[in-house]
Design a protein around this ligand. Structure first.
Ligand code: ADP
Ligand code: MG
Length: 368
């Protein structure tokens, strides 16, 4: 039986946080780091799943509803079956270069690598963007409905639709996904990701809490989503928490547009300013930063980064900094020192060179 190998990227969100589930805008890009999914079809419905990042092998059927990491794969199978596909059982092994739980979306990389391998097995045309969008939607349902982790849709969408050398402007009001060229190389700039090594999974429930507050704020404003909320009316909201949550979402959407404009103008200082403003908004208004993220952002800037912000859902995970290529070594050294001085674990670093979407890597004969 042939083996199918597919891969999907992690992502870093350049700007636009907690906007996806508010019908808003965000600007993620695919990382060069990827998750690889190697699949051997089997007769019968059973799955056998192993991962280089996990100890145990899981065997079972989708109806068993496993806990933990196998649920991300079983959830994709369930979602594709719900879409009418006849997905057979299989044996699969997973390996990933995307750090788990670092806010770089290893979960969507896992789902989308599985969905892509299964799409190839089912003979779906991955060159068709409509097919890719439907796979992204299946992966969103896998995480939200089957795993039970609410997700706004940014992660799976960029993993399925990213383009090398580009960020992707996602608009969750009309569903559009527009590639935005990111010519950082010609400007001798890089996006440095600083993984604080604080796992955001430790604060379960906070993400859902912000979703609820966003919905409450929209209700108080009498709008269908915060995307269409009026900035002046937001400032009149009586409830201090809801006012600040709504202020973040409304201003963050404007900052995404400002970032796209700055990139188009090759105005890197202007881009840096919106990154900085985004961090302030997440720290003070949306309150999703933490000590480690603030330190990563502040120490990176102090070491010469043009701008920096926390990225991803928050409460830990990673920050992203816009840095001159020649200053990367100094920024890393200074951030590492700041963490050591504060008695914190050493951060990890990676360069966010905008990579490719999910793809089939090979269809090969297995040894057995
Ligand atoms: P993030 O997506 O930011 O990395 P999540 O909490 O959304 O963080 O997803 C991390 C979870 O995804 C892990 O705890 C694990 O259950 C699952 N996962 C991701 N990648 C892998 C992998 N390579 N092997 C096994 N499980 C994985
Ligand atoms: Mg995730």
């Amino acid at each position: 039986m042939p083996a199918l190998v597919a891969s999907a990227p992690g992502r870093v969100n350049l700007i636009g946080e907690h906007t996806d589930y508010n019908g808003g805008l965000c600007l993620p890009l695919a990382l060069p780091q990827r998750t690889t999914f190697t699949l051997f079809p089997r007769s019968g419905p059973a799955l056998s799943l192993s991962s280089a990042q996990e100890d145990s092998v899981w065997e079972g059927v989708v109806e068993d509803r496993p806990d933990g990491w196998p649920a991300y794969v079983a959830g994709v199978v369930q979602a594709l079956r719900d879409d009418g596909h006849e997905v057979p059982g299989f044996e699969a092994s997973v390996d990933s270069e995307v750090p788990l739980g670092a806010g770089l979306s290893s979960s969507a990389a896992l789902e989308c690598s599985a969905a892509t391998a299964l799409a190839a097995l089912l003979g779906l045309d991955l060159a068709d963007r409509g097919v890719r969008r439907r796979l992204a939607t299946a992966c969103i349902r896998a995480e939200t409905d089957y795993v039970g982790a609410p997700t706004g849709g940014m992660d799976q969408t960029v993993a399925m639709l990213a383009r090398p050398g580009h960020a992707l402007l996602l608009d969750f009001a009309d569903g559009s996904a527009t590639p935005v060229e990111l010519p950082l190389d010609e400007a001798r700039l890089v996006l440095l990701v600083i993984d604080t090594r604080v796992s955001h999974a430790l604060t379960d429930g906070s993400y859902g809490n912000r979703r609820n507050e966003s919905a409450d704020a929209a209700r108080a404003l009498g709008v269908s989503s915060l995307r269409v909320a009026n900035q002046a009316r937001v400032e009149e909201l009586e409830d201090d928490v809801l006012r600040r949550r709504a202020r973040h979402v409304v201003s963050e959407n404007l900052r995404v547009l400002a970032a796209v404009g700055a990139i188009g103008d090759r105005d890197w200082d202007a881009l840096a300013d919106v990154l900085d403003a985004s961090h302030t908004s997440m720290r003070d208004d949306f309150e999703i930063s933490c000590r480690e993220l603030d330190l990563a952002v502040e120490s990176a800037r102090a070491a010469g980064a043009l701008g920096a912000r926390m990225t991803g859902g928050g409460f830990g995970g990673s920050a992203v900094a816009l840095v001159a290529r020649k200053a990367v070594g100094r920024v890393q050294a200074d951030v590492t020192k700041a963490f050591a001085d504060a008695g914190l674990e050493e951060p990890a670093y990676l360069l966010a060179i905008p990579g490719d979407a999910a793809r089939v890597e090979s269809v090969a004969s297995s040894a057995g």
